[in-house]
Design a protein around this ligand. Structure first.
Ligand code: ATP
Ligand code: MG
Length: 345
């Protein structure tokens, strides 16, 4: 079977790290995993090519794909655009129904020096944040603003909470069987419904241990006791804040991937960082975020765990030898790093 992967290289370092990761995939997958690539435009690239950061042709191609890889979008060139690259990305997520954003925070124990946390606290950290992506305060209506007052609406239907919570339970059941639900149920009505639904669904997953944390306590514990977490599930705004906080534990933005899932359609995989216009085109970007996005795709969309393991082992071997890019304190060029990974493979 030949799988179809739609590739959205996007802007800034997006195209460089995408190419790097695809070179690694090609070197590793021969004879094991069969796929074809279809390139489409999104973000600033979409504005430049067809005058739209979320072209209809891109949505159509993505809908028909087995998985989607996205580099990064945005940059100073399009800041004044009527529809910005960021608007385009939100439109794409909404059109594809990408309701769950998964961000792994996994510390590589041989690269502990990169973490801003004390070694003994960071060591062994390995958790997954599951953030609801298309509901809550960001999308709730009414939304209003004038000079005298402003308001947003924190809205979730039971169905939308059940959907994300089930996704998180399934994930926890496949990992270390611990789920932490984060809310603010002592203050927010929405959180009270959230907590009730988590309790209800937990009855279907007796093997998963569940606890509830208020978001303020959770933000503290992620830094003081990161190894206590396995899967964390939370709503859109809380997840936005907590997942950025969690990302610093590993030391570099340039290492971290994410997956966005929909109910029936393809998943989208992308680095958590932006387009890094300050280093674009200089062969300096760390491609690990995109390589990890590819290995996440191999595991989650194609059940190619062995292939993903093989790619990650080759990358670890190269990083442990000290060949790393500037964001990790090294001097390797993107191309040099990728070449070394391909040789290690
Ligand atoms: P966005 O708003 O799209 O998230 P941002 O303003 O947060 O973007 P990023 O593009 O994520 O900014 O970049 C933040 C900093 O991290 C920049 O200095 C950038 O060079 C650096 N950076 C981001 N990704 C990488 C990478 N893959 N390799 C090296 N440095 C990176
Ligand atoms: Mg950012």
């Amino acid at each position: 079977m030949t799988y179809k992967i739609v590739v959205l290289p996007g802007d800034g370092i997006g195209p460089e790290i995408t190419q790097a990761a695809l070179d690694v995939l090609e070197a590793a997958s021969s004879g094991v995993f069969d796929y074809e690539l279809q390139y489409e435009a999104v973000g600033g690239d979409g504005i430049d090519q067809v005058g739209d950061p979320c072209p209809a042709a891109t949505i159509k191609a993505c809908s028909g794909a087995d998985a989607i890889l996205l580099g990064a979008i945005g940059g100073p060139k399009w800041e004044e655009a009527e529809k910005t690259p960021e608007d385009g990305l939100l439109e794409l997520r909404e059109n594809l129904g990408l309701y769950a954003n998964l961000r792994p925070t996994k510390v590589n124990n041989s690269l502990l020096d990169l973490s801003p946390l004390k070694k003994e606290i960071a060591e062994g950290t390995d958790f997954m944040m599951v953030r609801e992506l298309i509901g809550g305060l960001y999308f709730g209506r009414p939304k209003y603003y004038d000079d005298k007052e402003a308001f947003d609406t924190m809205y979730y239907s039971r169905e939308n909470i059940e959907r994300i919570v089930k996704t998180a339970f399934d994930l926890a059941a496949s990992r270390r069987k611990k789920l932490t639900s984060v809310d603010k149920a002592n203050v927010l009505a929405n959180s009270r419904l959230w907590r009730k639904i988590v309790e209800e669904i937990s009855e279907d997953y007796p093997e998963v241990e569940v606890d509830h944390l208020y978001v303020d306590a959770a933000s503290m514990k992620i830094i003081t006791h990161p190894t206590q977490f396995d899967v964390i599930v939370t709503e859109n705004l809380f997840g936005d804040i907590l997942s950025d906080e969690a990302s610093v534990i590993t030391g570099s933005l340039g290492m971290l991937p994410s997956a966005s899932l929909s109910e029936n359609g393809p998943s989208l995989y992308e680095p958590i960082h932006g387009s890094a216009p300050d280093i674009a085109g200089q062969d300096k970007a760390n491609p690990m975020s995109m390589i990890f996005s590819v290995t996440m795709m191999l595991r989650m969309s194609f059940e190619q765990d062995a292939l993903a393991d093989k790619i990650e082992a080759a990358c670890s071997q190269v990083m442990e030898s000290g060949l790393v890019t500037g964001d990790l304190g090294g001097r390797a060029a993107t191309s040099e790093f990728v070449q070394a990974v391909i040789e290690a493979l």
